[in-house]
Design a protein around this ligand. Structure first.
Ligand code: MSP
Length: 512
């Protein structure tokens, strides 16, 4: 049996309006999960929402409703968005669910019993919007080093996790497990951060200040710090407390997808918390870069936040997914611009892919009575096309396994372009004007359609809905599992093709 594929997205702050960054991480996770399914792996894809903390409490109070009612309302924005963006997850976790509250309280109690948590008076600079304490030397120009907003000096008694005790262990672990933090630049960033002495982690907030959180099981006057709470979602969902076998099966393979801004919480807090609780770190933490607008961060105050659904509605969800995954090299920042989107849409999708399908299906209508023809052994360029196409299957799948999704898409699109060149070289429309060339025409059209079909199976993880439309037009019923459709010879001679609307209509480009 192949090893399971357990992939997570960060759980999103329920208060935020979903934006391009959220959409990107989730679509990336969805595509990686679908590719894993295509490779034959058992997949567990988890996403969800982070629902506790100051901002939620403030937002609910300003609406004069209780927090739970507020989060129940907000969470639907994420669920609806994922549905519209063709995201197919196995589990959606909310940190307000009883299964999660139980995990958090159980872990806290264990750490408390083991002496991993202690109580101490504390004085520090607190960034209210980020809900984080900073020391004097962390501050930049007396402001929060993370978001640049003003900080407040707070003095209070809190609970602390002995994170500092795990510093050496963590450094060794990272050095011994080169795949743990990827890409390498991020791994080096974490190792750099660990060159400074690591402090202990404040894991509580007094209820007098913040009541919307999970109460500490050993002191009802405090709630749990939102990050300590949120990170544990990754073990709640695979069954840490409910299903030991399932947990043991999935957890060693966990892959956390995150943005580069939440590197420290995931690569420092999280593995040390797990270690203290007697658990192993996740297998891989993969940090992607940011989508920026003309080199600057998207932000509400700059008014340049891209609303994913507005764009996806105009150019079609699958084209939007393709663009996001084709144009970002995992790990680096990428500039989001409409020109880029239009170029990909018009070039790769409408011209190379959509037109090819259209031409092929129309030729099969015209020259083969609308049915997939019976092929003979093709001439040399047909054989070459078949070989190129077959070689692209393992190549693309292994590129995806190495997280080189944009490379894999580039290769598959080259394969599509090869089919176009093959048709230009063999010109079945000219052969159709000559007598006695029907068998050649049949062979050419079969070979081209089959190469396109295989490319389309490799594009399915990125454009699931459009590829299903493509298959309908080719008269192909995808097999279960879809993996079987990666073999040459899937199109059955004699099945009727079904010409339909263009996959990527060109008229929408004008409206972009
Ligand atoms: N709730 C925490 C995560 C807890 S996980 C245990 C959180 N939530 S978030 O809603 O603020 O952000 C989630 C993700 O969106 C992060 O991975 C972040 O990197 C990503 N993005 C936010 N803006 C982004 C871009 N402009 N581009 C790409 N991704 C970015 O953090």
């Amino acid at each position: 049996m192949t090893k399971p594929f357990y992939i997570t997205t960060p759980i999103y702050y329920v208060n935020d309006e979903p934006h391009l960054g959220h959409a990107y991480t989730t679509i990336l996770a969805d595509a990686l999960a679908r590719f894993a399914r295509l490779r034959g792996a058992e997949v567990f894809f988890l996403t969800g929402t982070d629902e506790h903390g100051q901002k939620v409490q403030d937002a609910a109070r300003s609406r004069d409703i209780d927090e739970k009612t507020h989060v129940d309302e907000m969470v639907t924005r994420f669920r609806t968005l994922w549905q519209e963006l063709h995201v197919d997850y196995q589990d959606f976790i909310r940190t307000t669910e009883p299964r999660h509250v139980r995990t958090v309280q159980t872990v806290l109690q264990r750490l408390w019993d083991k002496g991993e948590i202690y109580k101490d008076a504390y004085k520090g600079w607190y960034c209210i919007p980020d809900e984080r304490f900073w020391t004097e030397k962390d501050l930049v120009d007396a402001k929060c080093p993370d978001c640049g907003r003003p900080v407040t000096l707070i003095s209070e008694t809190n609970y602390f996790f002995r994170m500092s005790a795990y510093q050496e262990w963590l450094i060794d672990y990272i050095n011994e497990h080169p795949d743990f933090i990827q890409p390498e630049t991020r791994r080096n960033e974490v190792l750099g951060f660990l060159q400074q002495p690591l402090g202990d982690l404040c894991i509580s907030r007094p209820k007098s200040r913040l009541s919307w959180g999970i109460p500490l099981p050993f002191d009802e006057d405090y709630v749990t710090y939102v990050w300590f709470d949120a990170l544990l979602n990754y073990i709640t969902a695979p069954g840490y407390l409910d299903d030991a076998d399932r947990f043991a099966h999935l957890w060693p393979h966990a892959l956390h997808l995150i943005g580069k801004d939440i590197l420290t919480t995931h690569c420092v807090y999280w593995p040390t918390m797990l270690k203290a609780a007697g658990l192993t770190p996740p297998h891989t933490i993969l940090a992607h870069g940011w989508w920026v607008i003309q080199g600057t961060k998207m932000s509400k105050s700059r008014g340049n936040v891209v609303k994913p659904l507005d764009l996806a509605r105009t150019c079609g969800v699958d084209a939007f997914r393709y663009f996001l995954l084709r144009d970002m090299t995992l790990g680096r920042d990428a500039d989001f611009g409409e020109e880029g989107l239009i170029q990909r849409y018009a070039g790769d999708l409408a011209n190379d892919l959509g037109n090819l399908l259209n031409r092929l299906v129309n030729m099969i209508e015209r020259y083969c009575d609308g049915h997939i023809p019976e092929p003979q052994t093709p001439h040399i360029n047909g054989t070459i096309l078949r070989e190129q196409c077959q070689a692209s299957v393992p190549r693309a799948l292994s590129q995806v396994e190495r997280f080189q999704l944009n490379q894999a898409l580039m290769n598959v699109m080259n394969c599509v372009r090869n089919v176009n060149s093959y048709l230009e070289q063999t010109a079945p429309w000219s052969l159709a004007k000559q007598k006695g060339r029907q068998k050649e025409i049949d062979t050419i059209l079969y070979t081209a359609a089959e190469a396109l079909r295989i490319a389309s199976v490799l594009l399915w993880p990125v454009m699931p809905e459009r590829m299903a439309k493509l298959w309908q037009q080719l008269g192909w019923q995808p097999p279960q599992p879809l993996r079987a459709g990666l073999k040459w010879g899937g199109l059955q001679p004699g099945t009727a093709v079904a010409p339909g609307a263009p996959l990527f209509p060109k008229d929408i480009i004008e409206s972009l």
